[in-house]
Design a protein around this ligand. Sequence first.
Ligand SMILES: [Fe+2]
Ligand SMILES: [Fe+2]
Length: 378
Amino acid sequence: MSTVEEMIGRTDPNDFEAILSMTNTDPNEVIHSVENNAECIYSWDYEKGARPQLAKLYEKAKAGQWNAETDLPWETEVDQEALAVEEYEMNGSAGDVMDLSGTGVESWGRNEWVKFNMESQNWALSQFMHGEQGALVCTAKIVETVPWMDAKYYAATQVVDEARHVEVFAKYLDTKLSGTYPINVHLRMLLDDIVQDSRWDMTYLGMQIMVEGLALAAFGLIYQQSQEPLLKQLLRYVMSDEARHVAFGVLSLKEVYSDMTQAELRDRQEFAFEAALRMRDRFLQQEVWERMGADVKKVIPLAYADPLRQEFQQLLFTKIVPNCKKLGLLDGGDGWLRKKFGEIGVIQYEDWVDTAEEVDAFAITRELEAEAAANTES
Ligand SMILES: [Fe+2]
Ligand SMILES: [Fe+2]
């Protein structure tokens, strides 16, 4: 058992001083290497369908493939500034709802807030791109480390999915937006932790349940808010894959956790909570405030308290919490994770639908069929 301090380096999860003192040591780094401590496992048991639910998901994955270059309307003109102006006119700025004196942004007018909206978008999509690369690497690791053949098959399809996701976010950033950001330090620490762990189920928990569960919720929120047709379709297609990925995690871990001791489960609960905090910290978008010249340590605690921001932060957990419940992680042992999720204000989502149940609702089968039909006609 670890203390919260041992897990995240601070006792109070909301200690902004400590959170913001963590920064990337080398923002110009191009190659980042991490020790991968896991064993590579071969299985000589080739029975297909030994785990029927995974075998079914593998079939769905093969039918759900799309091509990032040809299936998205890349010819769409995107006027990022006009969209940022629209957003400003609709939602205003943090300066409208709180006193930002002494933060360096108190004198910002419309131009600065519009620029801030654009930078926020550059930042958010950059972090998604980095997270997608994390998923690419982690899923390749699962292919190596999981002992079940059906899971190796499925994970192999996910590797292709994740390559496509890195590809689409990189292309959107490069051709439609106005800049990129290096990986956020909290996200990087989490990805490093996941790769370093020697236990194969921890890759699943860190990536499929936590990182991808959060991504699925975040993509859904942005999909609802965005008016930009290319981004909407891109997210819709990516979400159809992500829902399968999260379901893959839920179906696999359910089997693994059913045989675990209380102590082993507690390790998983702690890892899930650590991941939850790291991901919450990453959404503080400290790099955007920094690039815009704000006093980061003053402005972030205020921006964090903005009720709209709080609601967004909480909604990011709408997939994670029900999935953890389905896995028995909320109430395992003495219910430690339930208590912790209560403390960070996200336990209210426990009875929302879990992703193994809703995976088909995200499928893009109809779109892909319509496209195939159009191709045969022409
Ligand atoms: Fe992905
Ligand atoms: Fe994924």
